[in-house]
Each structure stands twice: as structure tokens, then as C-alpha cells.
Ligand binder design. Structure first.
Ligand code: RIB
Length: 311
């Protein structure tokens, strides 16, 4: 099985339950506060590992405050050989979760933004053609990681989140896989976010023909287009969301690990959809990510057909 290197963020998430998101000028009392291990990078590594992947997490944390993050790495069997410790704060967030399970996030990059070119080159030299390289937009030097990873024949899978227009200046054509939501995907091809998702997908695929895409559409479902193949669609399972934090990370981790394990696209997509349905029913980022046996159990007991021609 190919190795999976995830060059990604690790954040301490300070999560506040609120009635509604705080407004300008308002002081709002939170109903509770919890501290969770999170960060798009770490969440995705945990999901990749729980989905059966052999995962190496590369990045940086603060030497003083990173216990909760390192604990998550070790308890999930994730390799930490390329994880640096810095004399600065770890990345962290302030997350408000409202009564509908929706969130809004304030992000401080901290150690995630301290990656050096030398470290990146050294890390990549331990991986070879056919291995996977996972990336999100919460670390620095992304362009260098993409270029060097692709040069070595790694399958670069880039989750363009959090999205900024500067991402369009990156060599996205070197990515084997781009994972986007409808707002990100539509912005990448200069369309409006309420355009037909299949038209967005087609425009993405026309712009980057060598690249595979997943377009996630929240509670509606997702569309997968592997390069050179037809689109396939998957409806979301209908569940009661408690907290949507890390649902997208869970989806990505289960999708890519399933593909790395040799599952065909439709099965990988269904597995990822089921995993994220379980994740939204639990609070927090890393703690909400299910184990593979839970996902398989869910799939075995679900008689709902989610794979479909059109959403
Ligand atoms: O995708 C969810 C993650 O985004 C949170 O865990 C938070 O740390 C932010 O990076």
C-alpha cells in the first residue's frame, strides 16, 4: 500500500457553544467551552489513519502547548518523524458552534506557518513515486511542497481550504486530486456559487484535465470526477447534525485512504459520505472522526441508496 504523507496544520480548537454567532459590538455568553485537537491537517491525518492508511504527518507545533496534539498523533498510530517542535505557540482556533451545529472559525497559524524549504526537501526525500501527499491551505510554503512533491511523482491531493484567490496562482495543474466545496470550486472557474454543480465540475475538469476532483455540497452530497472518467454522485445520508466541524476533513481522509487501499471510486465515495455522516453527529474535530469498523457497520446497516446519477 502506498504511504500517505500529510503536510498539514495542527490546531488547538477552543470550541464555544453559542445560541447564535457573536455580532459586531455584542458580548455573548457561551453555554460551554471545550478544548479539542484539530486543524485541517491533523483532522485529515486522523481520518486517513482511522480509514486504514499508513500516515506520516509533517508540520510543526509549539514545544510548550502541543500535548493535546501530539497525543492525537500517537494514539492514532500516525508517524511523527517529520513533525518539528518550535519555540512559539501551536496553531489554534476559536470556534463558535451554534444550535444548528454550524460553526464559524477564527484561526491563528502559529507554528503551522514556520515550515522551511530545507525541512520540506528533507521530508519529501523519504517518499517516492506513487505515494500520496495531502495538503490544505493552513501551512506556509505550499507552492514549494506542491512542486517538489509532484517532481518526485507523489500524488498531490490538495484541499483548497481555507480558500483565498491567491491559491489560483499556485501550480494546481500539478495536483493529482483537488478537493473543493461549491464556493471554492466555483471561484476557481469564475462562476457563481449557485451555478449547477455539474457545470462547475465540468469547468474545473476542462481547466485542469489531468486532475481528479471531488466537489462537496454539504448536506446535498458530493460529486467525484476521476481524471478521464465520468462523474459519479453521492447523496448525503440524512442525519441530525450536532457539530459540522471536521466533517469535510473526515470525508477527505476516508476518500483518499479508500482509494489508496485500492477501492474503486464509487465505493470510496460512499465510504467517505458515511464517515462524514457519523462525524457530524459528534462534537469536536478529531474526537468526532469515526473508526473504519464503525463506518463499515453503518454502511452494512443502511438500506439507503446514496450513489446516484444526479443529485
Ligand atoms: O476543518 C476544521 C478545522 O478547521 C478545525 O479543526 C480548525 O482547527 C480549522 O483549522
Amino acid at each position: 500500500m502506498p504511504k500517505i504523507l500529510n503536510y498539514g496544520s495542527l490546531n488547538i480548537d477552543y470550541v464555544y457553544a453559542v445560541d447564535h454567532f457573536v455580532m459586531p459590538g455584542e458580548t455573548l455568553a457561551a453555554k460551554s467551552r471545550n478544548i479539542f485537537a484539530g486543524g485541517k491537517g491533523l483532522n485529515q491525518s486522523v481520518a486517513l489513519a482511522r480509514a486504514g492508511g499508513e500516515v506520516y504527518h509533517a508540520g510543526a507545533v509549539g514545544a510548550e502547548d502541543s500535548k493535546v496534539l501530539l497525543q492525537e498523533i500517537s494514539s492514532n498510530g500516525i508517524h511523527d518523524d517529520f513533525l518539528a517542535k518550535r519555540d512559539m505557540p501551536s496553531g489554534h482556533t476559536i470556534i463558535q458552534v451554534d444550535k444548528n451545529g454550524q460553526n464559524c472559525i477564527l484561526l491563528y497559524g502559529g507554528a503551522n506557518q514556520s515550515l522551511t524549504v530545507e525541512e520540506i526537501n528533507n521530508t519529501l526525500s523519504h517518499f517516492s513515486a506513487g505515494d500520496y501527499l495531502i495538503l490544505q491551505n493552513e501551512v506556509n510554503n505550499i507552492e514549494h511542497i506542491i512542486r517538489e512533491g509532484a517532481k518526485r511523482g507523489l500524488k498531490v491531493c490538495f484541499n483548497v481550504s481555507p480558500f483565498t484567490l491567491q491559491l489560483l496562482d499556485l501550480p494546481l495543474d500539478l495536483c493529482a486530486f483537488l478537493i473543493v466545496n461549491e464556493i471554492e470550486g466555483s471561484a476557481m472557474v469564475n462562476m457563481s456559487a449557485d451555478s449547477d454543480p455539474y457545470a462547475i465540475m465540468q469547468a474545473l475538469s476542462d481547466k485542469y484535465p489531468q486532475t481528479s476532483f471531488v466537489l462537496t455540497l454539504g448536506s446535498r452530497g458530493s460529486i467525484l470526477k476521476e481524471a478521464g472518467q465520468e462523474m459519479i454522485s453521492c447523496r448525503s445520508y440524512k442525519v441530525q447534525a450536532v457539530d459540522t466541524t471536521a466533517a469535510g476533513d473526515t470525508f477527505l481522509g476516508f476518500l483518499i485512504a479508500s482509494l489508496a487501499r485500492g477501492l474503486e471510486g464509487s465505493r470510496a465515495l460512499n465510504t467517505a459520505t458515511a464517515a462524514s455522516a457519523l462525524a457530524v453527529q459528534r462534537a469536536g474535530a478529531c474526537p468526532s472522526i469515526p473508526q473504519l469498523n464503525e463506518v463499515e457497520d453503518f454502511l452494512a446497516h443502511s438500506n439507503v441508496t446514496v450513489l446516484t446519477d444526479k443529485l
